[in-house]
Ligand binder design. Structure first.
Ligand code: ADP
Length: 220
C-alpha cells in the first residue's frame, strides 16, 4: 500500500530525514515511534503527500506521488488518504455530520450518498447520536471519533494519524486505539500512526522506531 525509498528532507541546514526506506502492506497498523525531533511527523507528512521530500520516491496505492500532476495529487489526497491529527481540526460552525460529509462533497459525491455514508460512519463509531451537534458541544473523545469518521468518509486506502490520542484521557485513548483495530479487522483499512503511547505501539502490527532522521529498528 505504501512504498518509500531513500527519502531525504532538510529544513535549511538541518537534515531531518536521512534516507528512509519503508513498505507498509494493506491492513497493517504500523506505529512510528521515537524521541521528539526524530523526524516522525515530517515522514508522516511526506507519506501523506502534505509535504514533498527533497529526494527519494513515495508510492501510495500504486501511484508514484512525485510524478502526479497537481490535479491528480489533490485527487489522491482527497480520495485515497485519510488524516487524523492530535487536535481534531473539525470546523466549528458545522455539525458533526456536516464535518464528516465535507470531504465527500469535495470529492463530488452526490449529497444524499455523502450524507448516508457520513451517517453510517458516525453510527459505526458510536457517535451517531451526536450527528447534529457542533464540535464544541462534543467531548474530546467524541470529537476525535468524528475526526476518524471524516478521515474514512471517502473510503481511503490508508489513514495517517499524528498523535491521534495525544489529547485524550486514558479511557478515551484506549477506546480510540481499539477503534483503529476494529476498523482494520472489519474493513481492512491501513493505519500509519505516529505515537508516544506505549500501549498503542505494543498493540500495533509493526513498530517503526526512528532516531535522528533514520529508521533504527522495526519489530513485528
Ligand atoms: P518528531 O515528529 O519526531 O518530533 P519532526 O518531524 O516534527 O519530529 O521534526 C524533526 C525536526 O525537524 C525537528 O528538529 C524540527 O524542529 C524540525 N522541523 C520540522 N518541521 C520544520 C519546518 N517546517 N521548518 C523547520 N524545521 C522543521
Amino acid at each position: 500500500m505504501i512504498r518509500c525509498r531513500d527519502i531525504h528532507k532538510r529544513f535549511g541546514t538541518l537534515e531531518v530525514l536521512r534516507g528512509i526506506d519503508l513498505d507498509i502492506a494493506q491492513g497493517e497498523v504500523a506505529a512510528i515511534v521515537g524521541p521528539s525531533g526524530a523526524g516522525k511527523t515530517t515522514l508522516l507528512q511526506i507519506l501523506g503527500t502534505l509535504s514533498q521530500p527533497d529526494g527519494g520516491t513515495v508510492e501510495i496505492a500504486g501511484q508514484t506521488v512525485g510524478s502526479l500532476r497537481a490535479g491528480e495529487l489533490v485527487r489522491l489526497r482527497n480520495e485515497r488518504i485519510g488524516f487524523v491529527f492530535q487536535f481534531h481540526h473539525l470546523l466549528p460552525e458545522f455539525t458533526a455530520l456536516e464535518n464528516v460529509m465535507i470531504p465527500a462533497l469535495i470529492g463530488r459525491r452526490p449529497r444524499a450518498a455523502a450524507q448516508k455514508r457520513a451517517d453510517e460512519l458516525l453510527e459505526l463509531l458510536g457517535v451517531g447520536h451526536r450527528a447534529t451537534h457542533k464540535p464544541a458541544e462534543l467531548s474530546g473523545g467524541e470529537q476525535q471519533r468524528v475526526a476518524v469518521a471524516r478521515a474514512l468518509v471517502n473510503d481511503p486506502a490508508v489513514v495517517f494519524a499524528d498523535e491521534p490520542s495525544g489529547n485524550l484521557d486514558s479511557v478515551n485513548r484506549e477506546e480510540l486505539h481499539r477503534l483503529f483495530f476494529r476498523l482494520r479487522d472489519r474493513f481492512g483499512y491501513t493505519f500509519v500512526i505516529v505515537t508516544h503511547d506505549n500501549d498503542l505501539a505494543a498493540m500495533s502490527d509493526r513498530r517503526i522506531a526512528m532516531r535522528d532522521g533514520l529508521i533504527v529498528s522495526e519489530s513485528e
